[in-house]
Ligand binder design. Structure first.
Ligand SMILES: [Zn+2]
Length: 473
């Protein structure tokens, strides 16, 4: 059988399995928490025993630490994995000796279309906060679990296969090694009509393609959805989607309001990371339910101790319960999350992230009036998105100076000359209100802002020299 037929068959099998898994998981949502815990423990036993048998790295690590005692496996006795360890020991961590970090990085970097490695593995790169790429390999079970999470989130947003077929537009990363592109490629098997557009295309081209396609379901980063909202307001874009889903970046309440104004639908916020943790808002839009039956989540403080619900954590530890080829057990993800202690009105037993405050390296540390430091969160710059003259912004810290780059929403000639002064003053006032000592703010217009390889916009780029230090283990 040639490679193309194998690829097509595998995609069909992936979607069929993901649909089945999503159905099983959805049927468990309203059940008791104990039922979920039982499922989680079963999956945890499988992935840990598999790692102990097939991963030389884990075999040695479990031996050295004695983490794997008798039954049952106890999650909190397992060692914590961080990304640098994962990349450094990649070759002996994976459970298939044919997978080697450097050739894989090279292969994934050269991809020009959707393709499986050795006809079986999905290989994904992340840009990584330190600029060092993260490398993730998924086997069939791992990828189907990811697909199930996508289908489940879409079902919550009321997207189901139908006739005439739904029209899905995904605006995401340009590189075929990005999870958004591989997800769109997997879904393009005929259940829905799928259009995947890289956000690196010039805006007029995106607008033209979307006007022609008329998506019923639009999936984009919040910053990209905001471009589209401006275009829609200006009348150049004319869409009437039934559903809008935003993913992966911070969405401020002002942005939510402007998106709802432009498209007439309440956007669903979805969380997803290439490590395998996904979640979605339910119909009540009161925080993001995390799909704990695919991935275990621990919210911990800077020293790695569990943080009670209701209090913000310093990072998450994520355990992927399905992917066997690259075991990810208690892998650190630098998202700052507060879990909600209260049950949701929808009755689902899945825990809810009341807020995902962004990544810990998005937090600025500035000198305080009283001599200490003030942590300034990206949401404190949300007032920039409230200004109708601002299409998007980015804050770059350089020593004591905060450089604010903005892309104006109109052509410069028609724009307001006092914009820079007005925004600079508003941000200075905001920082003074937070207790920052002598804020130094500059505002500068740009034609466009730099995006990561995945097409994401980082709202805040902290100066590494002033970043608050967290202990790593
Ligand atoms: Zn809910």
């Amino acid at each position: 059988m040639n490679s193309k037929i194998r690829y097509q068959r595998r995609r069909l099998a992936d979607v069929a399995a993901a649909l089945r898994l999503a159905r099983t998981q959805t049927s468990r949502e309203q059940g008791p928490r104990a039922q979920l815990a039982h499922h989680q423990q079963q999956r945890l036993e499988s992935v840990v025993r598999h790692a102990a048998t097939h991963s030389p790295f884990y075999r040695r690590w479990f031996d050295q630490t004695g983490a794997l005692g008798a039954e049952p496996v106890e999650l909190n006795r397992l060692p914590v994995l961080d990304k640098s360890l994962l990349m450094e020991h990649f070759d002996e961590l994976v459970c298939d000796p044919r997978l080697r970090r450097d050739p894989l990085l090279e292969w994934a970097g050269r991809l020009t279309r959707d393709q499986l490695y050795l006809d079986r593995y999905r290989v994904m790169l992340t840009s990584g906060s330190s600029g060092r790429p993260g490398l993730f390999v998924y086997d069939a079970a791992g990828w189907r679990s990811t697909g199930a999470q996508f289908l489940r989130a879409s079902g919550w947003a009321r997207l189901r296969p139908s006739l005439p077929r739904q029209r899905l537009a995904f605006l995401g990363g340009a590189a075929p090694s990005h999870v958004s592109r591989q997800g769109a490629a997997t879904m393009g098997i005929g259940l829905h009509r799928v259009l995947a557009l890289p956000v690196t295309l010039p805006l007029p081209q995106l607008v033209e393609a979307l006007n022609r396609f008329q998506p019923t379901f639009l999936h984009a980063y919040p910053s990209v959805a905001m471009w589209l909202a401006h275009e829609q307001h200006a009348g150049r874009l004319q869409l009437s989607p039934q559903m809008l889903v935003t993913v992966a970046e911070l969405r401020t309440p002002e942005m939510t309001r402007r998106l709802q104004d432009a498209f007439g639908v309440r956007p669903f916020d979805v969380y997803g990371c290439t490590e395998g943790l996904w979640g979605s808002e339910c119909e009540h839009h009161q925080g993001i339910h995390l799909f704990e039956d695919s991935t275990l989540v621990e919210n911990v403080d800077p020293d790695g101790h569990p943080v009670p619900a209701g209090e913000p954590g310093a990072r998450l530890l994520v355990t992927n319960l399905y992917n066997l080829v690259q075991p990810m057990l208690r892998l650190e993800v630098t998202d700052l999350v507060t879990l909600d202690p209260d049950p949701c009105r929808c009755g689902r037993s899945l825990v809810r992230a009341r807020a995902i405050h962004g990544r810990s390296d998005d937090i600025l540390s500035l000198p305080a009036r009283d001599g200490g430091r003030v942590a300034v969160h990206p949401l404190h710059f949300a007032l920039l998105t409230r200004d109708p003259q601002v299409r998007e912004f980015q804050v770059v810290q350089d020593g004591p100076v905060l450089g604010i780059r903005i892309v104006p929403s109109q052509a410069p000639a028609a724009s307001d000359d006092l914009l820079e002064a007005r925004l600079g003053q508003a941000i200075t006032q905001q920082l003074l209100g937070l207790g920052v000592h002598d804020p130094q703010v500059t505002v500068e217009r740009r034609q466009q802002l730099p995006r990561s390889a995945g097409g994401k916009l980082k709202l805040v780029i902290a100066d590494p020299a002033t970043r608050p230090v967290h202990t790593s283990l």
